[in-house]
Design a protein around this ligand. Structure first.
Ligand SMILES: [Zn+2]
Length: 251
């Protein structure tokens, strides 16, 4: 696909705590995408901008592949330590907590221990070339039949978009198949939105068991689901939407 332009202005125009496009708008749309054939995937390199992106976007897919004997290696680009920039909390503590949460979630999905790249949260674009080089080195160690999935280059969140660009570049150099998964698109976009490359979208066939594993993994991210002094980042509406809509990728 051609490289999408940034949709950060679209996300910025719809603050996350204002709810975004309701789940019903998507379920009533009923657009059916062709299924993704995962037969040839032997290893999936699942790149997340922040701990929880991999679960929100492709958690059930990761569980399904793992069940089929595919190695799914999660790579967390940042520790997500800037999730609550205004609350004055200790970012080192939050980073540590979020690494633990991701390790627990990976376990719930049947995956090995994640790799943490510790790039500063909120600053992925500044470190994009270094990130691409590191991902390239990691991908070079895998054989053919390896796929790389990363947050969509047009997802709206600057870290998601920069992670997608860096991973796309690394996958191209390594000669492995690249897929991208949306998360915040479901919040800011609307059905048939012209900013979304729907023609390249593929749905992943999942079982109720795969979705149950995703739900269990989601519960590991307590720091994002609950907050003492203000709305959490992942409101019940966000989680409900991600759980209800299945999982898609853009080719
Ligand atoms: Zn994220």
């Amino acid at each position: 696909m051609t490289e999408p332009t940034s949709n950060s202005a679209r996300l910025a125009a719809r603050p996350i705590d204002e709810g975004g496009t309701p789940v019903e708008a998507w379920t009533q749309w009923r657009r059916d995408f062709a299924a993704l054939d995962v037969e040839d995937c032997r290893t999936l390199f699942l790149v997340a901008a922040h701990p929880d992106d991999e679960t929100l976007g492709l958690g059930a897919t990761a569980a399904m592949l793992s069940r089929r004997g595919v190695t799914v290696q999660v790579v967390a680009v940042t520790d997500g330590e800037a999730a609550y920039p205004d609350d004055g909390g200790d970012r080192k503590e939050l980073a540590k907590l979020r690494r633990h949460e991701l390790a627990d979630a990976a376990k719930a999905l049947g995956l090995p221990t994640p790799v943490f790249l510790r790039i500063p949260d909120g600053e992925v674009a500044r470190h994009e070339r270094r990130l691409s080089a590191r991902l390239g080195v990691m991908l070079a160690g895998f054989d053919r039949g390896t796929w790389c999935a990363a947050t969509w280059r047009g997802d709206g969140h600057p870290d998601h978009e920069a992670t997608g660009r860096a991973a796309a570049d690394a996958a191209k150099r390594a000669g492995v198949r690249f897929l991208e998964y949306p998360i915040w698109m479901w919040h800011w976009a609307i059905p048939d939105d012209p900013a979304v490359p729907w023609h390249g979208a593929r749905r992943i066939e999942l079982t109720p068991g795969d979705l149950a594993a995703k739900a269990e993994a989601m519960r590991c991210f307590a720091s994002q689901l609950e907050r003492g002094d203000g709305p959490p980042l992942l409101t019940p509406e966000v989680v409900e939407r991600q759980m209800a809509l299945g999982e898609i990728v853009f080719l």
